[in-house]
Design a protein around this ligand. Sequence first.
Ligand code: ZN
Length: 438
Amino acid sequence: MNNYPNKLLLDPSPSANEAMYDLAKRLFPFPRSLTGDGVRRTLAEVQTLLPNLQVAEVDSGTRAFDWEVPQEWNIRDAYVLDESGRKVIDINTTNLHVIAYSVPVDEVVTREELDKHLYSLPDQPDVVPFVQSYYKRRWGFAIAHRERMALPRGNYRVVIDSTLQPGKMTYGELVLPGSEEKEVLLSTYFCHPSMANDNLSGICVTVFLAQWLARLQDRRYTYRILFIPETIGSIWYLSANLEHMRSKTIAGFVLTCCGDERQYSFLPSRKGETLADRAALHVLRHHAPEFKHYSFLERGSDERQYCSPGIDLPVVSLMRSKYHEYPEYHTSNDDLSLISPAGLGGAYDAMRKTIAILEQNYTYRSTVLCEPQLGKRGLYPTISIKGSTSGIQDMINLLAYCDGTLDLIGIAETIGAPAWQLVEIADRLLDANVIERC
Ligand code: ZN
C-alpha cells in the first residue's frame, strides 16, 4: 500500500515537529487568561507564523447568548513576603501561583487570614494547581500543599499587582477560502497560563496545520481557524456567526491536549456519526489503533458549545492524553517536559490525515458492468500466478464497492484500508475511466 502515497501528506516542512515544540517554548511564559496582554502577546507571536491571522477584540459586557464578555484582566506581579522579606510565593516561578482573575491587593495579613486565600492539592502535595475565579471577584494564590503546610505563624504581606476592569476580549481568526463554500472548523483555546499539554499543544498544532492548509493548492473546503478563550470565546463567536456556521460547517475539530506521547484519545460529537466523527475515527483506527474512545458525556472543552442543542455543529476532538485524564492535568507538572516534538507531531500527522481524507472524500461509481479489464489499461499484471495480484488487492476491493452509495471513507472502512492511501488508487481508476465521481 505504501506504493500509493497521498500527495496532500507529502509535507514540504519535515521539521514541523521541532518547530511546534519551539513555539511552545516561546509561548510558555506568557501570562495568558481569558483576556489581557498575555493573550495579545501570544497572538502577536502566532502572527509571526500566520501573517494573515486577523486579531480582533470585543468589548467587555457584550452579550453572548446567556453570557456576557468578561472584564479584561492584566497581571503585572504577584508575591507573598514573610516577615523577613523573603518571597514565599512568587509569580516569577510560575504564572499558576496567582489565581486567574484575582483582584488587586496589597496588605499585611495573618497566617490564618492568608490561608483563606491559598489553594493547594493535598493528594498532589508538590504541584501548584491551576485555579481561576472568572466570574466572582476574589484574590488568591495557588501553592504546593507541602509548602503551604510549612508556612509558619506570623504576618505576611500579600501583593497582587493586577487590573480587572472594562476592556476587551481578544481573539484570532483565519479564514482560508477553498473552491467550495462548505467549511471545516479548527478551534483552539489560549486561556491557560504556563501549561503545555492543556493547552499550548493545541495552539502549536493548530498554527502548523494552518500553515500546511495555507500551502495546499486546490483547497476544496474553506477553513475557519479560531484562537479563542475557552467557553466564553466559543459562545461569543457562535453568537456572532451562528447562521453562517450552521449552514456551512461540514466538520469541526477542537484542538486541545495534543502534545504528549502517551496515548491518543477521541471525543465524539454529541450526535456521533457526523462526517467529522467518521473521518477522525477512521484515521485513529489506522494511525493509532490503541486509541481511547471517550463518550460525549466525558466532554470538557468547546465542543460543549459547538454541539449544544440548537447549535448542532459536527465537532469532535482528536487528542493525545485527554484533559481530566492525566495526573499532571491543570497543575504545574503539565510543563514543557510533558510534551515533545514527537507527541505534537503525532497529533499533527493524525489531523493532517483527517483533513486530507475530508478533502478527498468523494463517492464513486463504476462506469462498466462486471469487472473492468484492468490488464489492457496497465493496471493489472498480465501474467497470473499465485500471489501476482497481492499488491493490487486494495484496487480490486475499491472497485468492488464503487457502486455510488459509499464515500471513500465508507469504502475504506469496509475494505479495511486507510482512506488516505486509497486516494491515489481512486485517481488512477478515474484516469483510466473505469470509475467516475458521483
Ligand atoms: Zn483546561
